[in-house]
Design a protein around this ligand. Structure first.
Ligand SMILES: Cc1ncc(COP(=O)(O)O)c(C=O)c1O
Length: 415
């Protein structure tokens, strides 16, 4: 059912968003359990059932209820910090279901992961390999490693989320990766197991992924000829979604998932394949529900000021990202508005120049595609509490899955 207008009022799986606002106040994130399940099922059908390992990149949204739900579909997790690691463990993921990515890991983080015998480390630099070698020797273990290759492939996405170009900070160039994998004896406490690539995020066109598969086919075959041992290839995440049409099913927003899996299986058939999707699993599962504080006009520009802000959804300010906006009560748009929050930054705008109806104080507005990189990127800037997360269950009941942060919680760290 998902998000839809019923009798001119926006609902989530049959629940009128007005009742959610009345019960939990605003701003709040509202998730549809049925969409979360649908997305996990699609990824299972397209990838796990074709022999892939799928690790959910939990940076996209780390709510424990979502993590638990995804685990029931056979997904592991891709983590990037000690905090994500501890949360994944708390939720029940075993070491063997965790891979540890990220461009820089601290000694404490490496030790923690070594002790828990994670599936593998995604290592991006020589300095990290050197430290991992030393720490693995202390633990008398062999650390399982996939080297992150920077293939210099343009993902054709926003520069801030493009990670596979040679000038980006991520991964290592092909010569370095080739050298390390053909000299494994330099690292007696590392078990080199293969290659990892993640070329970027919100990749809409399939071509960069197909280029990546072809690139890896020839790169791994050269490596194998040079005697390197490769068992696993991790193709990363980055599957883009349709922010213009946010409630579309992911098989429509991201129609190349199956052909990508088939192409990878065909060209890299000798390896255990692995992906780490984040956004595609959660983006369309939630909206940010906000209340109109008032409207105003300055210099001919019309503004709708809402109680939600960039502290709840930073993507528009960070990348000029587009998020569709819908009034709770269905009405035709009448003029162009900037939808802005109360935060003291001119960049605190959720949308610019959108055709929306005239709204009044206390009307509800929803900002769509707020499931990925929204709550997980939330902040307390301006001493604004982190907003609550509400899940609408398959039974059509709303359930709080994260509380609104209290003032006491916000100030607890101050001495
Ligand atoms: C290493 C790695 N893997 C996976 C992801 C997930 O990307 P996405 O949410 O675009 O699927 C990211 C995102 O930044 C990443 O850095």
């Amino acid at each position: 059912m998902s998000f839809q207008y019923l009798n001119g009022r926006l609902h989530c799986d049959g629940v009128d968003l007005q009742t959610v606002a009345d019960e939990y106040s605003t701003p709040s994130y509202v998730y549809s359990e049925s969409i979360l399940r649908r997305n996990a099922q699609v990824l299972k059908d397209c990838f796990i059932d074709r022999g892939f390992k799928v690790s959910y990149a939990m940076k996209a949204n780390s709510n424990p209820q979502i993590l638990k739900l995804f685990r029931t579909y056979g997904l592991g997790v891709d983590i990037v910090s000690a905090g994500e690691f501890k949360l994944a463990q708390k939720v029940g993921f075993r070491g063997s279901e965790i891979n540890f990515a990220g461009v820089g890991k601290t000694l404490t983080e490496l030790d923690m992961a070594l002790e828990s015998e994670i599936d593998y480390f995604n290592v991006e630099s020589r300095f990290e390999l050197d430290i991992l070698e030393t720490r693995a020797a202390v633990f008398d273990k062999k650390a399982p490693v996939l080297l992150r290759l920077n293939p210099d492939i343009d993902p054709q996405t926003h520069p801030h989320i493009s990670t596979g170009l040679k000038q980006n900070k991520f991964g290592m160039g092909p010569d370095k990766v080739h050298h390390i994998l053909t000299h494994p004896q330099d690292y007696p406490h590392i078990k080199f197991d293969g290659i990892h690539c993640h070329i970027g995020s919100q990749i809409i066109r399939p071509d960069p992924f197909f280029d990546l598969i072809s690139y890896l086919q020839s790169f791994t075959s050269n490596l194998a000829s040079a005697g390197a041992e490769i068992n696993q290839v991790d193709l990363g995440g980055g599957f883009g979604v349709n922010y213009q049409n946010p409630f579309e099913d992911i098989l429509k927003t991201t129609p190349y998932l199956e052909s990508f899996a088939d192409a990878a299986n065909e060209k890299l058939s000798q390896y255990q394949l692995h992906i780490q999707p984040g956004r595609v699993l959660v983006a369309n599962s939630a909206i940010l529900l906000a209340r109109v504080l008032g409207t105003k006009e300055n210099g001919g520009n019309h503004f709708i000021v809402i109680d939600g802000a960039t502290t709840d959804l930073i993507r528009p300010a960070l990348y000029g990202a587009y998020h569709a906006i819908y009034p709770h009560i269905q009405k035709e748009g009448s003029r162009l508005f900037d939808v802005v929050g109360p935060v003291c930054e001119s960049s605190d705008a959720l949308a610019k120049q959108r055709e929306l109806p005239e709204l009044e104080t206390d009307d509800l507005l929803t900002i769509a595609s707020a499931g990925a990189y929204a709550s997980s990127m939330g902040s307390t800037y301006n001493m604004r509490p982190l907003s609550p997360e509400v899940l609408v269950t398959r039974e059509g009941k709303s359930k709080l899955i994260r509380q609104r942060q209290s003032f006491e919680q916000m100030t607890a760290l101050y001495l």
